[in-house]
Design a protein around this ligand. Structure first.
Ligand code: C2O
Ligand code: CU
Ligand code: CU
Length: 463
């Protein structure tokens, strides 16, 4: 069977995977919230282990995963804007690991630089100042050449910063604020994750379960979607449910945008922050979240998560007409062009501006306080394997998308962004301000097999 045909047969049947269980028979877990081990007036202190675990991604089947805290997805850290978090990670794996706070505005030595790894048996403390607007961030491994494999096997979790302004906005909160990480996987006949041909990744995991259901009340929910795939782009749709987009990668939008009935395309690593309204649904009814974005060519729409409306509930939440001003866009004084591409002459080597990642080389030197415009180009519009897409991600700064190939940005480009799709042969202009931290940070393709293969550069902020 060809890899593409394999992509269509995904009904779990009887056989080595254990008892036949139909789709939507397992409840979607919501990752547990991590409790601080201690608190001071301005700091929350956390500890989290990096360790292997045998987990039931498919019902009745134990799959060996690499995890934060023993779960896939890892526990959610709920930080507060203005309160520092100190997180100590201990590495129980027999290999190096580390942690990057994706979308975090953090000092360089807490950013999870690929060469700053935690040795087996060791631990490292990361400082997260949380001096940034409330946002849906996530944490994941970023150790040199291993990030794709590690994230693929499970090393990722949510890090939500609650903005100082959020309580008074009155958005759905508590149990009605649900982070959902969705990604693909290949699970073999022995129940093990296979990091092979990505076209065989025909299982879509929703918070670590295939085709789960999630019981909801007939009211509004805040739903934060993350595409945690290492390669695959996803495209979600909530059908006829009323959906408002309230935020993107780096936090809330100035005002909500009605997105009812529209698709939410998410590149690998991207997030979208939504309020979905179930109040018009009868108790006993069901609603589907579908995904259409396939890895190559296959645009079949697939049901990935079923919402079961099981009760009514009071709903004092609201979506105010004004959410949060975006930070000002100071005039840019530096312009750069950055090109992502592959060298496909032998084993694929990921390149930025023609060079694979070299930890000893600084590719962009940025003066602190500068606002810059980067034209980010996908140089793989036509390769011998066909067009190749990329997903551009910058550490340290949230950027704004100015335009794409001289045309207006995509609907998903609104607000503060740290990750954007980069379709084959296209370019995107982004603007960022590098205002306080000094040191070395990464920018790269967030298709992590691409960054692991070299498609990553290093920028250094200097005085
Ligand atoms: Cu989410 Cu450098 O990555
Ligand atoms: Cu990042
Ligand atoms: Cu790429």
């Amino acid at each position: 069977m060809s890899a593409l045909a394999a992509g269509k047969s995904e009904r779990p049947g009887p056989g080595p995977r254990g008892a036949a269980t139909g789709p939507f028979s397992v409840r979607m877990p919501v990752p547990a919230t991590l409790n601080p081990v201690s608190r001071t007036a301005d700091t929350d202190v956390y500890r989290l282990d990096i360790l292997p675990a045998q987990l039931e991604l498919l019902p009745g089947v134990k799959t060996k995963c690499l995890t934060f805290g023993g779960s896939f997805v890892g526990p959610t850290i709920r930080a507060k804007e203005g309160r520092r978090a100190l997180v100590t990670y201990r590495n129980w794996l027999p290999e190096t690991a580390n942690v990057h706070l994706h979308g975090g505005h953090v000092p360089a030595d807490s950013d999870g630089h690929p060469m700053q790894v935690i040795d087996p048996g060791g631990e490292r403390r990361y400082e997260y100042p949380n001096q940034q607007p409330g946002a849906t961030l996530w944490y994941h491994d970023h150790s040199h050449h291993l990030e794709a494999e590690h994230v693929y096997r499970g090393m990722h979790g949510f890090y939500l910063i609650e903005g100082e302004d959020e309580r008074e906005l009155g958005l759905p909160c508590g149990e009605y604020d649900v982070p959902i990480a969705i990604r693909d996987a290949e699970i073999d006949a022995n129940g093990q994750l296979v990091a092979g041909d990505p076209r065989n990744r025909n299982v879509i995991l929703v918070n670590g379960r295939q085709k789960p259901f999630f019981p909801v009340a007939a009211r509004k929910y805040r739903i934060r979607l993350l595409n945690s795939s290492t390669l695959r782009f996803l495209k979600f749709n909530f059908g006829s449910l009323p959906v408002q987009q309230i935020g993107s990668d780096g936090g809330l939008l100035p005002e909500p945008i009605d997105r009812t009935g529209t698709d939410f395309p998410l590149a690998a690593g991207e997030r979208v922050d939504l309020v979905v309204d179930f109040s018009g649904q009868r108790v006993g009814s069901q609603c589907m979240l579908t995904n259409q974005g396939q890895f190559t060519g296959n645009d079949e729409v697939e049901q990935v998560l079923r919402f079961d409306v099981v009760r009514t509930a009071r709903d004092y939440s609201r979506v105010p007409a004004e959410l949060r001003e975006l930070p000002p866009l100071p005039p840019a004084t530096v312009e750069r062009v950055v090109t992502l591409s592959f060298d496909l002459t032998g084993n694929p080597v990921g390149l930025i501006d023609g060079k694979p990642f070299d930890e000893n080389r600084v590719d962009q030197t940025i003066k602190r306080g500068t606002t810059e415009i980067w034209t980010v180009v996908n140089g793989d519009g036509a390769t011998k394997y066909g067009p190749i897409q990329h997903s551009f991600h910058m550490h340290l700064a949230q950027f704004r998308v100015l335009d794409r190939d001289g045309k207006p940005p995509l609907p998903g480009d609104v607000g503060l962004k740290d990750t954007v799709p980069l379709p084959p042969g296209s370019s995107v202009r982004v603007q960022a301000t590098f205002d306080d931290y000094l040191g070395r940070y990464m920018y790269h393709c967030h298709m992590l097999e691409h960054s692991s293969a070299g498609m990553m550069g290093q920028m250094e902020v200097v005085d």
